[in-house]
Design a protein around this ligand. Sequence first.
Ligand code: GLC
Length: 520
Amino acid sequence: MQEFAWWQHSVVYEIYPRSFQDSNGDGVGDLHGILERLDYLVQLGIDAVWISPIYPSPMADFGYDVADYCGIDPIFGSMADFGRLLAEIHQHGLKMILDFVPNHTSDRHPWFLQSRSSRDNPKRDWYLWRDQPNNWLSHFGGSGWEKDDTTGQYYYHSFLKQQPDLNWRNPAVKAAMFDALRFWLKKGVDGFRVDVMWLMIKDHQYRDNPPNPGYRLGQSSNSRHLPIYNSDRPEIHELVAAMRAVVDEFPQRVLIGEIYLPVQQLMTYYGKDLKGANLPFNFQLLQCAWSAEAVAQVISDYQGALPEGAWPNWVLGNHDQPRIATRVGARQSRVAAMLLLTLPGTLTMYYGEELGMTNVPIPPEEVQDPAEKNEPGLGLGRDPERTPMPWNSSPAAGFTTGSPWLRLADDYKPVNVAVLEQDKSSILHLYRKLIDLRRRRPTLAVGKLSSIKAENGVLRYRRIGHHDRILVVLNMSADPATIAIESGSVLLSTCFDREGKTLHETVDLKSGEGLVLDLD
Ligand code: GLC
């Protein structure tokens, strides 16, 4: 694997720090809590943690409203705690990826306080100010423009009005933000996941967006328009390349972009000569229908669209999306695990997926997420996928000694780390075995992907290495299925009952059963 960068064969594990492990009893997870759980992560076998924002923040959007790019919010700990965590992460052989939120700051960031103070303040042009709003909308509902009484102008916010958008056309903004990147790179962080990369540059003429003919009542109000002029602008690529150049000033780092776009547009974020994002996040599995046909199509399309030399990546969940076990059900979540961990490239999983954690319904009076508060009842809230990690069966699941900031799942007593560790047939053990297999058989991470097919509700594909050939068959339907295969011996089954057996010509698969077969 030496010819590959560390991130190319990594499994990245997203930690939503508020919800992973609290160490001081305030009900909110923190850096010291993550440190206490490093052994668990090592045992799971993941390679890198991506930690959602830990910077000082008023928490209007739970850290995605940054008030200081070079600090740590006291709720998560101190800079000393951060240094200790980074050192320990490296000592445990893991990597640390930080979230970087460049599109907007908090409205409490000193830059914005200065910018809004007068029209001739030197920081005025660091944000997007206009005499009149155009029709651009906020992703969290309503107009994206807010009138500021001090100066009588409007500023643009792609998200909450507490999250004013920075003006990335201003060279001073670029310089200040790139210095923030260098601040963390010098400390030794291994890379960044860049928040809403495709939104960072807007049309300089501020043209109105056209209506979206596909909009239906019940969708988020933001989908009323086609975001032609405030997203995925041509100038973004120069900016991403500049960001990449900063990251490349330091050896062995990675730049990952959060980008929700159709595949063809997504691919442009690898950049000219692959000098853009190392990995534009591939969210196809989060959005497609759950059937062998649909997933086969998604895999083929993605693979077919990858530019020459671009490195693939796959994502199963994140803090903005319904949990996979809720989307596909408990039985299929084992298939989803096998799918993810046998696809090529860099993989990202979300904390708790390895426990089969499901979305937790949050009663209206307990809602925290501004997306739900602003547009209630449309199912846009993200609290359900952000509930505390259940570690054991004690009163607050071992997450906190206090009262958790978001309620625990009702089923945390049967579904927690301690219980699933005891149960050798659990999904937790499946994840451990899959990650271990991926490490032992590098073909799964870096080999070729071929022969992608769907038949009888079964998805199948091959992974081809220099010295081995591996077949993956996944029954994604609710019924048993019989399919023809080449002879091979079972490396792993989602049901753990066929390992080592040799199969000839046909195989009967139970509903939700998946197999990894060695064809040699
Ligand atoms: C990204 C984050 C999301 C946040 C939004 C605004 O999509 O993942 O959690 O609310 O950006 O920063």
